[in-house]
Design a binder for this molecule. Structure first.
Ligand SMILES: Nc1ncnc2c1ncn2[C@@H]1O[C@H](COP(=O)(O)OP(=O)(O)OP(=O)(O)O)[C@@H](O)[C@H]1O
Length: 229
């Protein structure tokens, strides 16, 4: 589903690569944690998958297509197939919960009827049934993140990318968020999550890829946050 072949990324104006000779293969339906210190290259790897930036050398494949060779007009389509969730939720504050989720379907051209069934269904999946008419600022942080996840998943993407989704949440709330990401993963969606949250990684026991200064230093199935021999 995602394949990096000897990917090196050096940002313009810098000499030290943000990623260096990274080769990684993520199969359809996998759940992968990307860990590593601040500046180790996690966000760069996620941005490459979304083609928000391009490799300096090497190849990035998403769903069998080399994304560097993808025509510009096909990039929105690629991004439609990838849901994204961030630490800071990024909800539209002047829209209700339901409208925030519906918006993701409107921009991808779904009919009103599809939206009317899919939005409540997805809100239920994330545990927000009956809260569609609330405004984001009336919700707790954990609930706002659930809205963001519903919005990312409502179009049933092949891949869900989550960049520090529990970074602003307390441990108990984070457990709830991870249950939802696990549920989404079980529907067949590939999940890639960058995180500093050791508790979450240790609890989930999924594949862990660790970056250090742009290089993969560990790729462990059913892994933990810190290295164990
Ligand atoms: N747009 C950019 N221009 C120049 N250098 C950049 C740019 N984006 C990132 N970098 C550099 O690339 C390296 C990797 O950054 P990246 O954001 O990928 O790390 P990260 O592991 O996601 O960090 P964090 O955990 O803090 O989000 C860092 O040295 C950073 O300074």
């Amino acid at each position: 589903m995602i394949r990096f072949e000897k990917v090196t990324k050096t940002y313009p104006g810098t000499t030290k690569p943000a990623l260096e000779q990274v080769s990684v293969d993520v199969e359809k339906g996998e759940f992968v944690f990307l860990v590593g210190q601040s500046g180790s290259g996690k966000s760069t790897a996620l941005r490459l998958v979304l083609r928000e930036t391009r490799p300096t050398s090497g190849r990035v494949y998403v769903a069998g297509k080399e994304i560097n060779r993808l025509a510009g007009w096909k990039v929105p389509r690629l991004r439609r197939d990838i849901g994204t969730v961030f630490q800071d939720f990024r909800l539209l504050q002047n829209k209700t919960v339901g409208e925030n989720v519906a918006f993701a379907m409107q921009v991808t051209g779904h009919s009103r009827q599809e939206i009317a069934t899919r939005v409540p269904e997805t809100l239920e999946l994330v545990g927000l049934e009956g809260k569609g008419d609330r405004m984001p600022d009336e919700l707790s942080g954990g609930e706002q993140q659930r809205v963001a996840i519903a919005r990312a998943f409502v179009n049933r993407p092949m891949i869900l990318i989550a960049d520090e989704p529990t970074g602003n949440l307390d441990p108990a709330t984070s457990v709830g968020i991870m249950k939802i990401l696990d549920r989404i993963n079980r529907t067949g969606t590939t999940v890639v999550m960058a995180t500093h949250d050791a508790g979450v990684v240790d609890q989930m026991r999924k594949r862990v890829i660790e970056l250090e200064a742009g290089r993969v230093i560990r790729d462990q199935s059913q892994g933990v946050y810190g290295f164990q021999h």
